[in-house]
Structures are given as structure tokens and as C-alpha cells.
Design a protein around this ligand. Sequence first.
Ligand SMILES: [Zn+2]
Length: 253
Amino acid sequence: MRREYPDRHMPYWLELTHKQFIKACHETEVALMVVGALEAHGDHLPLGSDTILPNYLADIVANRTKALVLPPIPFGESWTFEEFEGTVCVTPAALLNYYSDVMEGVFKHGFRYIVALNGHGGNSSLLQLAARKSTTGGERAVIVVNWWIDLGKEIRQKLLESPEGHAAEDETSEMMCVRPDLVDTSSYKSSEVKTKYAVVSARYRGELFPSAVRGDPTKATREKGSRFMEEAARELLELIAQLEKGELPLTKG
Ligand SMILES: [Zn+2]
């Protein structure tokens, strides 16, 4: 759902004409690349949750800044949830090439920074590899923001009553804020399978993530979700403002 602001700059890459794009490029050094997934999220959240949530933040960026927002990439690395109905998984090799091609294509237009706003854990390492590949040619940077980890950390620690997870209290609260119409609150199932080591096997995926859930969605509320999204948006806008000034988000001791 797109929220409209009176000062909207219209910086959706896919809505601009060639001529408007040239003008828009002169007004910003930052492009926002939204990266999601299409995968099972329990019986209560939609398959596109990992795209819907970062896209919500991207809409705020589009409305409040001049950064250009790319159309979201809706498929991700979802091997862990491949056996659940509705999941569509793209192989790591294909995604790595796809991400780096997109990044190189964006840099080619003169952008100095790409914020890769990622909504899905399986994509993180691939985005980093793609960023390495696409930044070998000069002064430019990809900032990978795993938004559900990197943004709103403190408020999460303060308000969450159960551990963060998959389709858990945190993500369910966020979806209740962003798209309450898509949350089936009558179908909650909690599950918490802990492993001391990384157990990797296609055979045991269902046992590691029963119902494609890790965590306790029953503790989710819309209020918590609103606070998380509000703070995430604030921090993301701050990052973009910093990049527009030509500063990398570094803390030096
Ligand atoms: Zn998710």
C-alpha cells in the first residue's frame, strides 16, 4: 500500500520517463534496491512477507527523499522453505549474477551508493558477494541493510516478549502494521526448534521449521509492529541523508 505525501518527489525508477530519469539522476547519488523472497511464512502470513515489508519502507523513502527506488526483486534464496507449498526459490548462482548485474546496471548511470534493502536472510551473503563484484571499478559502495536485523534494534529489544525468528512475534507484528488484511490471526502456530550446530539437510527441513515458523506469533500486536516500522523508517531515512552528503555510515573509535 503506497502512502502519499504532499512533497512526493516521484522517485520510482519504473515510473519515470527516460527524460525524467536523467533529471532525477542529477538530484541524487543514492539508489534503493529492494530485495525480497516468495516463501512460506506459517499459516498466518502471506508468502510475500519478505518483499512486502521492505517495500513499505521503500515507499517511505520514495515519498520523503530524492533517492531513486528500484522495483523490488520478489524471488530469493529460499532453500530452507522449498518444500512448503507456495515457495519459489531461485538458486544462489543465478541470484548472485542477477544482483550483481542489477548493481552494475545501476552504477553505470552514475549513482554513488546503492542501498540494498533486504527482507530475507537467505539473500544476505549473496548480496554481499554481488556487492564485492560490482564495486571493483572505483569510488562507490553498496550498503547492505538487512532491515529486520539492522534497523530498529533497540526498540525490538525493548518491546519483544519472545525471540525474533521466522513468521514470529516480530515479523507478525510488522505485517499487522503494514498489511493487517493479510494476517490470519486465527491460524497461529508457534514452534521453536533449537540446534547447537548448523544442521543442514534437505530431508529435515520440515523438522527444523515446523509449519515454516520459528518463534511465537501469538505475542504479536499491531502496536509493536508500528513502533518497529516507525523506527526502521527513521533510521533508513537517516542513512540515506548521510549518503546524500557523501558520508559512509561508519563509526570510528
Ligand atoms: Zn520473513
